[in-house]
Design a protein around this ligand. Structure first.
Ligand code: 5GP
Ligand code: ZN
Length: 114
């Protein structure tokens, strides 16, 4: 997808503040952080929303969570705790239509979320 912000970050056209990368996913700091740690785990493949996931993505989704765990370790929030979030479409407030896993931590999180 030539016009997708997160595809441009994954292919190096735009340089994000990288925290982690491997052959399947990248993770970088959110430009508008909602917590002391706010990192986005993004697959290199362009998948617009959670609704577009296919059975063939099963391993990729697992890789996204393994990357989130690694981000939490690097950020020193593993033991204190953190939240992972995927927003899907309008009611969840999705604003970038390339699937991503938010990793938020470094402060207590309210429940239920707003
Ligand atoms: P969503 O609302 O789709 O779940 O999350 C999109 C996230 O992408 C938001 O938290 C927003 O701050 C972040 N974001 C939007 N544009 C940029 C950008 O250019 N760079 C970075 N690092 N994050 C961005
Ligand atoms: Zn994309």
């Amino acid at each position: 997808m030539t016009d997708c912000l997160f595809c441009k970050m994954a292919n190096g056209e735009i340089e994000p503040d990288l925290v982690y990368e491997d052959d399947e996913v990248i993770a970088f700091r959110d430009i508008n952080p909602q917590a002391p740690t706010h990192v986005l785990v993004v697959p290199r493949e362009h998948i617009p929303t959670l609704n577009d996931l296919q059975p063939r993505h099963a391993e990729l989704v697992g890789r996204m969570f393994l990357a989130a765990k690694e981000v939490a370790r690097k950020e020193g929030i593993q033991e204190g705790g953190y939240r992972t979030v995927v927003n899907c479409n309008r009611d969840a407030g999705q604003s970038v239509f390339h699937i991503h896993l938010h990793v938020l931590g470094g402060r207590p999180m309210a429940w239920p979320p707003g």
